[in-house]
Write a protein that binds this ligand. Structure first.
Ligand code: C2O
Ligand code: CU
Ligand code: CU
Length: 509
């Protein structure tokens, strides 16, 4: 009790959010951080590593009193096992839908009804960040041909050939992605490049290389998830409880050494300004799609939904102490004449609230390997390679649209040539929401932001970039000659994507 009292100032926000210690609420930092198990291949036949994922319903005890109905993969009641794909290894993934057909296809916008496949709780699987032919995504367009309950579908055999990175997977059923991810369908997917072993970075999974899936959720009094019940939820669902790997306020117990944190913002809408509670600097090793050319020293990193960061925190001098991963408070830079606090100042349901996310109980001192000065060969992006510029306007005019249009599965919005370099300009005309812009099929490079300099987290290989109100972000796209098929681009606020803020492009040979 006394140690808890000492922590009260730190925990105030969290305890408030949890109801101040009423029966059945979470006592923070009493549950160890779970680490998702690594999924072994079902078989390796004919040189093809076969992985199987089964989505199913379950119940998860986020609170001590009653479990929450949830979804997960492969017997996990929430989230799924970690895939570790190997660069150069032929791979196939099969998805099985074991969800109950108990949720009707959602139709939130009448004009989108024609786009919604009438499959109750149909699902798909998207490999977020993977550079491959679109047939390597489960269901060709990864949105519209839904796998019904009891059904199975396989990717084509694909051979990953991209930089080592932490990618992720999640369902992508049009108009139902937000709900299925919220209920638990998501998992990590590492791409391992054997050549990177020479860097000698921490890589003991779950020991000195900690995968952290950060998500926010709201709960009803009966502990069921509260999803899309508020008017403001149409702008994206914000939660007031922060989960790490499916647990509210867990603790990790690393040694006092250099620890690698692999952060995924797996939230539907919320962005986080990640930092350590004592404000120390740490190194950013990599961004969404791979390692940076060199480690960058930072004190905080802003991650929009779907954003990832590969961080190295030095706990060498912290043996026996307690530290926290936090999200610092921030205000959205607002367009002139608008109110960034429109959702209600002081509410926990505002983007930019402070949170204490994860406790580190730092153990005994262990030696650290030196940090390499160079991590990857990645020349700065060269905009002069581009042969074409495309403009994407993100607007809220009643509906969330891209270039004035809602998603239509029967419309191809852009046609690009395999091998081409292009500049894509994305402008956010929504006054009070930052849209995380995401493109399927590979990684791009951010060229510039109209509002200021790039952050370290804008550097390197990216598949998701936060575009602030009133801002234009330019990125250099390279459509690898090996790409083919139809891909999506969209806002990664899942409720925006579900309500039509999405488009399709085809890559032609
Ligand atoms: Cu992670 Cu189309 O998205
Ligand atoms: Cu994606
Ligand atoms: Cu958006």
């Amino acid at each position: 009790m006394s140690s808890r009292r000492l922590l009260l100032p730190l925990l105030a926000g969290l305890l408030l959010a949890c109801g101040g210690g009423a029966p059945g609420t979470v006592t923070a930092y009493t549950r160890p951080l779970p680490v998702p198990p690594i999924l072994a291949p079902t078989s390796v036949a004919g040189g093809v590593a076969q992985y199987d994922l089964t989505a199913a319903e379950g119940a998860t005890s986020f609170f001590p009193d009653r479990p929450t109905p949830t979804y997960g993969y492969n017997g996990m009641s929430f989230l799924g096992p970690t895939l570790r794909l190997i660069r150069g290894q032929a791979t196939r993934i099969t998805l099985h839908n074991g969800l109950l057909p108990d949720v009707p296809p959602p139709m939130t916008i009448p004009e989108l009804a024609m786009n919604v496949d009438g499959v109750p709780n149909g699902t798909t699987l998207h490999l977020h960040g993977l550079m491959a032919a679109s047939t390597a995504d489960l269901t060709p367009a990864s949105c519209c041909d839904l796998l019904p309950t009891g059904g199975s579908a396989s990717t084509s055999v694909f051979t990953p050939d991209q930089a080592s990175a932490m990618l992720w997977y999640h369902p992508h059923p049009f108009a139902a992605t937000g709900r299925q991810v919220y209920f638990g369908l998501a998992g990590l997917m590492f791409l391992d490049d054997p050549a990177d072993a020479a860097l000698n970075l921490p890589h003991a999974y779950g020991v000195d290389d900690l995968p952290l899936v950060v998500q926010d959720r709201r709960f009803n009094p009966d502990r069921s998830f509260d999803y899309k019940t508020l008017t403001q939820d149409d702008d994206g669902v914000l939660g007031d409880h922060i989960l790490v790997n499916g647990v509210i306020a867990p603790y990790a117990a690393p040694a006092a050494t250099r620890i690698r944190l692999r952060l995924l913002n797996g939230s539907n809408r919320r962005a986080y300004l990640f930092a350590l509670d004592d404000g120390r600097s740490f190194l950013q090793l990599g961004t969404d799609g791979g390692l940076l050319p060199a480690p960058a020293s930072v004190t905080q990193v802003m991650l929009p939904p779907a954003g990832r960061a590969d961080l190295l925190v030095d706990f060498s001098g912290d043996a026996g102490s307690t530290r926290y991963l936090v999200s610092r408070p921030f205000k959205l830079p607002a367009a002139p004449g608008t109110d960034p606090d429109a959702a209600g100042p002081g509410s926990t349901l505002v983007e930019g609230n402070a949170f204490t996310i994860l406790q580190f109980r730092v153990g005994a001192t262990q030696p650290s390997a030196p940090v390499p000065a160079t991590l990857a060969t990645l020349p700065p992006p060269d905009a002069s390679q581009a042969t074409l510029t495309r403009q994407f306007d993100l607007e809220l005019n009643g509906d969330n649209t891209i270039n004035g249009q809602l998603f239509d599965m029967n419309r191809i919005d852009q046609t690009v040539k395999a091998g081409a370099y292009e500049i894509w300009r994305v402008t956010n005309f929504t006054p009070n929401i930052a849209h995380p812009w995401h493109v399927h099929g590979g990684q791009f490079r951010v060229l510039d932001r109209s509002t200021g300099p790039l952050e370290p987290n804008d550097q390197g290989l990216k598949d998701t970039v936060r575009v602030y109100p009133g801002e234009t972000v330019r990125m250099l796209m390279h459509f690898d000659p090996r790409l083919s098929g139809t891909y999506m681009f969209h806002c990664h606020i899942l409720e925006h994507e579900d309500m039509g803020m999405m488009g399709q492009f085809v890559v032609l040979p």
